[in-house]
Design a protein around this ligand. Structure first.
Ligand SMILES: [Zn+2]
Length: 82
């Protein structure tokens, strides 16, 4: 088993799933749900898969910019695959 597929925290197996990201902007918090990730089947720790990390980062940035413009204290959104 490669280290890439093993959870660094508990050593459990990582499986494809989704995770929730929270970004603290100071004035508020942005929550993005359903982000594709490798999720540990034991402790639930999620990590964005390398192959989509750039795309996810771009989308997170867009969501954060939008929330900043609207001065929302809490912005919750769901990731939509392209
Ligand atoms: Zn784990």
């Amino acid at each position: 088993m490669s280290a890439k597929n093993t959870c660094p925290i508990c050593g459990g197996n990582k499986v494809k799933g989704t995770t929730t990201f929270t970004v603290d902007l100071g004035f508020g918090v942005v929550v993005v749900r359903n982000v594709p990730a490798l999720v540990c089947d034991q402790c639930g720790t999620g990590r964005i898969a390398d192959e989509i990390a750039d795309e996810i980062a771009e989308r997170l940035e867009m969501t954060v910019n939008d929330a900043r413009k609207r001065h929302r204290q809490v912005e919750a959104t769901a990731y939509m695959p392209a």
